[in-house]
Design a protein. Structure first.
Ligand code: ZN
Ligand code: ZN
Length: 159
């Protein structure tokens, strides 16, 4: 089987993407898979970061989503920070939702800033530690643990 994307390399990554009720199967070479944000575990299981972290890295893999109204891609929107037409919001709803939640979340916590240099330092240390644990959990495919750590991380980063 040949890679769907480049049509040259042998397809070694077989990835099924679920969107609602529909599923699309991709057969890709490793290079094209990576370009699409699909990673391969050491035992050749494909996954996207958004699969696992659902939200934290939600942009990965959805960059190529295109607005029906104006043809703007989500990646272009991210680069410019501007929506192209009234339909964009609808088109990128899925991608925007976590973003909006994040903005909302940080608003809610405004005014509660760490009171001392020491506190900031401690918090940063804690965040770094959790990030390391998160990466390790993903490596070990402990996705439940990864999700837990992700939530913890979000809480910390917003506080
Ligand atoms: Zn390819
Ligand atoms: Zn648009």
């Amino acid at each position: 089987m040949i890679c769907d994307s480049c049509g040259k390399e042998p397809a070694t990554v077989h990835y099924k993407e679920m969107r609602g009720d529909e599923s699309t199967e991709y057969h890709l070479c490793e290079k094209c898979a990576l370009e699409k944000g699909i990673y391969i575990t050491p035992d050749k299981k494909p996954f996207t970061v958004s699969n696992i972290l659902g939200g934290m890295a939600d942009e990965v893999g959805s960059d190529l989503e295109t607005c029906e109204g104006c043809g703007l891609t989500y990646r272009e929107f991210k680069d410019s920070g501007r929506l192209g037409c009234a339909k964009c919001y609808e088109s990128f709803k899925e991608q925007l939702r976590p973003l909006l939640r994040r903005i909302h979340g940080s608003n809610a916590h405004m005014g509660k800033s760490p009171s001392s240099r020491q506190e900031i330092f401690e918090k940063k240390k804690e965040i770094d530690k959790i990030k390391e644990e998160l990466a390790a959990a993903v490596d070990r495919e402990e996705f439940e643990k990864a999700a837990e750590l992700r939530d913890k991380l979000r809480e910390l980063e917003c506080s």
